[in-house]
Design a protein around this ligand. Structure first.
Ligand code: G3P
Ligand code: CA
Length: 398
């Protein structure tokens, strides 16, 4: 499905072959020339400016329309014109990186209906939370590949269940190959945004994520400072480790104010998200990353009534520290929107949680803050909003 997003082709700068990220072009493993911190910062920001701004990042693919983290969801996002496509990464028992939001695959695959895996159901504590289910680290890749993906939130998105069972769980290597092929076919790089999930937990199991991720990035030519990829993690330690392995751009994700990254908890580091978004914290992040991915509430908090309040100074402060911002996650449905952007429908008694609210209005508020990109489950809507914003024209356009 392709939709006119109202953006003229000329707005998107076409990158040269060096940014196509293709192993076939012989770009694998080439380390950047040594450079000072300031020089490096400018060089990296220059590369990131090649993306449209604000960039629309397809959260788990076009997950508003297809079961998340499937090739179907990624393909649809690319066809819609998403600027960047996100993967969350967890390992299998034999060390392959697969695309799932969490290692518990009960909610996003048909594993519960597979008698041959019934005995694998177990309880584990992941990052301090007790979870009962089926876990990727207990399956070999061959076993995992027998499962079929399904819609995570069928209550919210019943239509997406049409596609249950259609796709398998993709490996990150399959995604890299697909992106390389599509990049060549379309004559422009397919940008990815890959997150290491629960990196401290997996390292404790002998399944460290960063080394296999770095190997894949090198193999597919996405290990350079100017590669079309972002790496991201809620654990700053994971991004620091990645910085020692590859030069690809890195983003530190930030959860709600007051929370602590899990690697800080494990290491006894008392800093919270509040410390990380203070000027010194941002300066520290900028010493090993190019951006932050804050929850949207850190950019514009919601009041007690659920409505958007006044923007914080985070965008200004992060930019001053030389960091870009990719906040998460905007979705079209009323149930996910700030209260002041929910909509009633004529003839529908009360607010319908699964219907779309005034998400274009919400985009305007967030874009007005100066963010550099945004994660969304509905990239087509996000692209329209971004085009409206860039052209400074009313939503709906001409
Ligand atoms: O990675 C950005 C955003 O996806 C973070 O939230 O929980 O959906 O991975 P989550
Ligand atoms: Ca993510």
């Amino acid at each position: 499905m392709t939709e006119d997003t109202g953006r003229s082709p000329g707005r998107r700068r076409i990158l040269g072959a060096a940014a196509l990220g293709t192993a076939a072009l012989g770009l694998t493993g080439a380390a950047a020339a040594p450079a000072g911190a300031a020089e490096r910062g400018e060089r990296d920001r220059g590369h990131l400016r090649e993306l449209p701004r604000p960039a629309i990042i397809a959260h788990r693919g076009a997950s508003g329309y297809r079961p998340e983290h499937t090739l179907g969801a990624y393909r649809l996002a690319l066809d819609m014109g998403a600027d960047v496509i996100e993967q969350d990464l967890v390992p299998t028992r034999d060390g392959h990186l697969v695309c799932r939001h969490e290692n518990d695959i009960s909610g996003t695959t048909d594993v519960a209906a597979r008698p041959e895996f019934a005995s694998r159901r177990t309880a584990k504590t992941v990052d301090g939370t007790r979870i009962t289910g089926w876990f990727t680290e207990d399956f070999t890749l061959a076993e995992l590949k027998t499962l079929r993906a399904k819609e995570r939130i069928p209550g919210n998105r019943p239509r997406n269940t049409l596609y249950d069972g259609r796709w398998t769980v993709p490996t990150f290597e399959e995604v890299l190959r697909w992106a390389e092929k599509e990049g060549r076919r379309r004559g422009r790089p397919v940008w990815l945004h890959a997150e290491t999930k629960h990196p401290t937990y997996f390292r404790g199991l002998g399944l460290g994520l960063e080394e296999p991720l770095a190997r894949l990035l090198r193999r597919y030519g996405r290990d350079r400072h100017d590669s079309p990829v972002f790496l991201q993690s809620f654990e700053p330690g994971s991004m620091r480790r990645m910085a020692r392995l590859v030069s690809s751009p890195r983003v530190v994700l930030l959860d709600a104010a007051g929370t602590r990254p899990w690697d800080f908890v494990e290491a006894g580091d008392p800093r919270t998200v509040d410390d990380l978004i203070a000027p010194d914290g941002l300066k520290w992040i900028a010493s090993f990353a190019q951006g932050i991915g804050p929850t949207l509430n850190l950019v514009i908090p919601r009041g007690a009534d659920g409505a958007l309040g006044r923007p914080t100074t985070l965008v200004r402060d992060a930019h001053r520290a030389g960091l870009i911002l990719h906040p998460y996650t905007l979705r079209n449905e009323n149930s996910f929107l700030p209260a002041d952007f929910r909509r009633d429908y004529p003839g529908v008694p009360g607010e319908d949680a699964n219907e779309y609210g005034d998400v274009l209005g919400a985009y305007r508020r967030y874009f007005d803050t100066g963010i550099d990109g945004i994660f969304t489950d509905h990239p087509d809507t996000g692209l329209l909003a971004a085009a409206d914003f860039r052209d400074r024209r009313p939503a709906g356009g001409v």
